[in-house]
Design a protein around this ligand. Structure first.
Ligand SMILES: Cc1cc2nc3c(=O)[nH]c(=O)nc-3n(C[C@H](O)[C@H](O)[C@H](O)COP(=O)(O)OP(=O)(O)OC[C@H]3O[C@@H](n4cnc5c(N)ncnc54)[C@H](O)[C@@H]3O)c2cc1C
Ligand code: SF4
Ligand code: SF4
Length: 1008
């Protein structure tokens, strides 16, 4: 039986009193101390894990200052600022207090297009800023792969950069002014000052005077050593940028330069004034294909010499992983194979220009060079493809940006990990450096994939290690030391892009004692008591506290406490590597609606996977094994479960916190295909619910949902009576069951609408048909929602089949089981699935298409059935309408009509079958109509989620994120939606029910 799971993680002294004082002083943001909230920020994309005491979410500058001011009374409090939490080296991890600026401080405050600057709060996401600037023709130029979730505060503090950095620079190159808060709450405004002004400021007897004086002194007195030590690279070395505090003439002083790249170790950045760059009018991307990765690397300098704006590269390992991912669907026509050649490396070469002629000249030169290489077999070039379409260029970069995540997909216990992944060397030395780096990794027999910004000499590599094996953990530290030495040999940096974090231990050796002492003095001036992200970059001058180290506690030291069998059984939760792609800010992306609407990291795939892992670990520590509990299937008696539930508020059970996070999940399955390592939350969520409700009583609504497929056929026998009762019972349903806006049964019913011929399913009769007769048959698979609540849709499907000259046969209704799965009734689901699979399998030999209408139910046959039944699932295949229509001959195109429609695809369908929208488009084109797929996220209904009172507000909120505005752009009769949930949600919130595309197809055929 599932035991009570006690995390035993109390909060350290000082913090409870401090947090209470914070509340008493009217801190406006949230203060979260639950174990789940702390865990959600205990990891980032690094291998480290550190549990903070609490997380606070400031709403504004006053909140930030209050945090600092109270430390005068509560001196033991330590902070770590956090944005997107995408650091790859544990930069935002702390055992103190996490100050998360991403939840509330995400406003764009001011924009001045004439002077080309924008002022933003630190929690603004980089893509959010660029989406805002795009209509004005500007963008914030420093780019990074995590642009859809990394914040400006995080970018400033890691001095982020990426693709195009040769031309567009690093974040520090675009910071015009900062508004920051020191550890004691002092407000610090920084912007360039004349030397005279700086000296004046340094003389003032306050905290800021102290800071300015120290930075002036360090940078003036040590100028020579600084210039000698700091590498002349396009990338910065995180730590304090002593070199650029002054301009080259030593006449201008800018304190912002020290804060930029300081990894939260000096101050909270609250706001930033940033320089914005005009978007180039013309862009072209040339994908140059090579016979080897080395060829691609060695050829890159020629591209830079040919005035490319940026040159990015990926090796064959990354390319092959991309080929297996959903993303390949969007780029495959842009990176086609070269017949008879083996594509092993790719350079993505971008040109930007303001004038068409300029672009033409540049491209012509490069193309001539590439043609020559191909003709003479030089430089390993085997082909190239060129595109000037901004959408296509974006798709290629989306693939490139997903590369790190894709590497995580490697099968087996060894996973690619970040620790030496952003080395930078002078670009002309990159190829030699990489060859030596590869030799180092090959000598240890390690697997790895490589890609990077070859123009800037930056290489990304993540060797695959199993850190649950203590020996491999030691190997990681060993390789890390060796790479540091190798990089030094080539005159480069170990941290060329992703900051230092736990690599801070290398700081003293890198800077040398003299300069490192200056860094420590600067830290003392800003943060004398080591409260800001202690252990990162450096400690105050006279402090005895230590720096964080590569060998510090890793997530693996927790993971390895979970028995191997359990880890394997719950692989999707274990494999999350924290890259944060599931925090995607874009409201038109299907990725995680619950995360978007709550802005709560617990309610993201990463949050849920992390909670699940900890739950498994705590269970193991208590001598319980989740996998065995599942197989035994034991449950407490009904009365005991009731009692346990009644006791809930009086006990500390971590399972409730996990339950809260799982309950917020819509089971939309976007994570299962959009996450680069396919972390399938609904899969482990259902298993968790199954175990949780072995200990606690289920709410009544769960039984209603799980039994909807049994009840619907019975209720449909008296639809008007049932609908009447439902109307009368709306209030009690809402109040006592927690269910709202229950759908009404169809009247007339499906049985009433269809003639006997369609309904006369008889297997023996079908078996007796000859091949020609069989070829004319189409079997319609019923589902509970369309058959009983949208019977007109099935009626239209029948008419469509007939219109196409075929004979529809309605299969008897067989429960699908999806509602049971969603609610975690796994035993019942397995029985339902076995039953339906047996039924459908006996039909496969007839070789007649089986057609289902609702994507989420049809896709359940493919995924959840496979997982539950394994080999016994059999080979039956239910097609969605568009999959079937794709192969059916359609009548001739009508001559004079060209109606246009808008397709709102169901998110499970769009993510699991990325070609679905295109296939629908092709079907409409064949009928002389146009269909535009509309970019929207989730509609917020997701089966029964939107009907549950506890989710009602979030459900409506999710709809408003993207559907509401998108629907407003079209007439109701243009809008087509493939999901039953989406149609119901639109009917409820927009006042009309969109049609399914098959109904539009039917009307087009009937108009003919
Ligand atoms: C898959 C992947 C790809 C990546 N690619 C790139 C890339 O191309 N280029 C690149 O530069 N980086 C890259 N990174 C690293 C990372 O995304 C960047 O460092 C990013 O700038 C971090 O932003 P964030 O908002 O997630 O910050 P966090 O990770 O939350 O924090 C990073 C650091 O900034 C500090 N911080 C955050 N906000 C504030 C604030 N308001 N005030 C003070 N300190 C603050 C934190 O304390 C921490 O030290 C990548 C990471 C991943 C996982
Ligand atoms: S769930 Fe997937 S996308 Fe989210 S952090 Fe984990 S690996 Fe990345
Ligand atoms: S199923 Fe949907 S709501 Fe749930 S975690 Fe995955 S993406 Fe988020």
């Amino acid at each position: 039986m599932l035991p009570l799971v006690d995390p035993k993680a109390s909060i350290e002294q000082d913090y409870p009193d401090y947090l209470q004082a914070l509340q008493d002083a009217h801190f406006k943001g949230e203060i979260e101390t639950s174990y789940a909230s702390r865990l959600a920020v205990a990891t980032d994309n690094s291998v480290y894990q550190r549990l903070p005491q609490a997380v606070v979410f400031p709403t504004d500058l006053d909140d930030l200052q209050l945090l600092g001011r109270l430390t005068q009374t509560y001196s033991g409090v330590r902070f770590s600022a956090r944005g997107g939490g995408t650091g790859t080296n544990g930069q935002s991890l702390t055992d103190g207090l996490v100050v998360d600026l991403s939840r509330h401080m995400h406003q764009i405050l001011e924009f001045n297009p004439e002077e080309r600057w924008v002022r933003v709060q630190a929690g603004v996401v980089k893509d959010q800023l660029n989406d805002f600037l795009r209509p004005y023709g500007f963008f914030f130029a420093p780019d990074l792969s995590t642009s859809n979730r990394a914040t400006i505060g995080g970018m400033i503090n890691t001095d982020a950069s990426g693709q195009g950095s040769l031309v567009y620079g690093k974040t520090s190159d675009h910071v015009l002014a900062l508004r920051s808060v020191l550890a004691d709450g002092t407000l610090l405004d920084t912007a360039p000052l004349s030397l005279e002004q700086a000296r004046e400021r340094a003389n003032q007897p306050d905290a800021i005077g102290r800071v300015v004086a120290q930075v002036l002194s360090s940078c003036e007195q040590k100028r020579e050593q600084i210039l000698a030590k700091f590498p002349r690279l396009n990338r910065f070395l995180t730590g304090y940028d002593l070199e650029h505090v002054f301009d080259t003439a030593m006449q201008q002083f800018d304190l912002s330069r020290v804060i930029t790249g300081s990894e939260g170790s000096l101050a909270f950045v609250a706001e930033a004034k940033l320089n914005v760059t005009p978007i180039a009018r013309f862009k072209t991307l040339i994908n140059v294909k090579y016979d080897s990765f080395e060829s691609a690397l060695r050829h890159a300098p020629a591209m830079v010499a040919a005035e490319a704006t940026s040159v990015e590269t990926v090796d064959s390992k990354v390319l092959n992983l991309a080929r297996e991912d959903i993303i390949w669907h969007s780029v495959k026509s842009l990176i086609e194979d070269v017949p008879g050649k083996d594509l092993q490396g790719l350079n993505m070469v971008e040109y930007n220009a303001e004038a068409e002629q300029d672009m033409h000249d540049k491209i012509t030169g490069l193309v001539a060079m590439l043609d020559d290489c191909i003709a003479t077999g030089q430089s390993g070039v085997i082909g190239y493809q060129l595109t000037s379409d901004n959408g296509d260029i974006g798709k290629i970069y989306a693939m490139r940006k997903k590369a790190v995540g894709l590497l995580g997909k490697t099968k087996g216990s060894k996973k690619p990990i970040a620790f030496a992944e952003d080395t930078a060397v002078p670009p002309e030395k990159l190829a030699d450096f990489i060859m030596e780096f590869r030799a180092l990794l090959d000598a240890k027999g390690l697997q790895y994939g490589m890609f990077g910004h070859v123009d800037a000499g930056v290489l990304h590599v993540r060797p695959a290690l199993d850190l649950c094996d203590p020996l491999q953990e030691m190997l990681m530290a060993e390789i890390s030391d060796q790479v540091v030495a190798l990089v030094a040999k080539y005159g480069g940096l170990m941290w060329g892009e992703h900051g230092k974090g736990y690599r801070s231990e290398y700081g003293p050796a890198f800077f040398g004692e003299e300069l490192f002492t200056e860094l420590r003095k600067i830290k003392s001036a800003f943060d004398p008591h080591n409260r800001m992200n202690p252990g990162k970059i450096c400690t105050p001058y006279d402090s005895k506290e230590v720096l964080v180290k590569v060998s510090d506690t890793k997530r693996a030291s927790y993971d390895r406490q979970i028995p191997l069998k359990v880890r394997e059984a719950f692989e999707p939760a274990m494999s999350c590597n924290g890259n944060g792609l599931c925090f995607n800010y874009d409201t038109t992306s299907p990725m995680c609606p619950s995360s978007k609407i709550t802005r709560d990291r617990r309610h993201s795939p990463k949050g849920r996977a992390g909670l699940m892992r900890e739950w498994l670990r705590l269970l193991s520590k208590q001598g319980s094994d989740a996998h065995k509990l599942e197989s035994k299937g034991q449950r407490y008696s009904f009365t005991r479960r009731l009692y346990n539930s009644w006791q809930k508020d009086n006990e500390q059970d971590f399972s409730h916190q996990v339950m809260e996070a799982m309950d917020g999940c819509l089971a939309c399955k976007a994570c299962a295909s959009q996450c680069p390592v396919n972390v399938d939350v609904p899969g482990f969520r259902a298993r968790f619910l199954n175990l949780y409700y072995g200990r606690y009583a289920r709410p009544f609504k769960d039984y209603l949902v799980a039994n909807v497929e049994k009840m619907a056929p019975q209720l449909a026998k008296a639809p008007r009576l049932v609908n009447g009762l439902m109307t009368l019972g709306e209030w009690p349903l809402r109040k006592w069951v927690g269910y709202v806006d229950a759908p009404k049964l169809s009247f007339p019913t499906l049985a009433w609408r269809l003639d006997k011929e369609v309904q006369a399913f008889d297997l023996q009769v079908l078996k007796s048909l000859n091949p020609a007769q069989l070829a004319k048959r189409v079997l319609i698979v019923q589902d509970p929602f369309t058959s009983f609540y949208e019977a007109e849709l099935i009626e239209d499907l029948v008419r469509l089949v007939r219109k196409l000259g075929l004979h529809p046969v309605l299969l008897p209704f067989k429960p699908n089981g999806k509602p049971q799965h969603v609610k975690g009734f796994l035993k019942e689901f397995a029985a339902t699935a076995a039953n339906s699979a047996a039924f459908f399998n006996q039909l496969t030999e007839l070789n007649i298409p089986l057609i289902g209408v609702d994507p989420s139910l049809v896709l359940c046959y493919r995924d959840e059935y496979q997982k539950a039944l394994g080999a016994t699932r059999g080979d039956f295949r239910v097609q969605l309408v568009h999959e079937w229509l794709a192969d059916v001959a359609l009548p001739d195109v009508p001559a004079n009509a060209s109606p246009s429609f808008a397709l709102f695809g169901h998110c499970t369908e769009k993510t699991a079958l990325p070609a679905s929208e295109k296939q629908w488009q092709q079907i409409f084109t064949r009928l002389g109509a146009s269909l535009t797929p509309v970019s929207v996220g989730c509609c917020g209904m997701a089966g029964t989620y939107g009907h549950e009172v506890s989710h009602l507000e979030d459900s409506k909120g999710i709809f408003n994120l993207s559907w509401q505005q998108a629907l407003a752009r079209y007439d109701a009769n243009q809008v087509l939606a493939t999901g039953y949930s989406c149609r119901s949600q639109t009917a409820r919130l927009q006042g009309y029910k969109p049609r399914h595309p098959l109904q539009a197809v039917l009307s087009l055929l009937e108009e003919k």
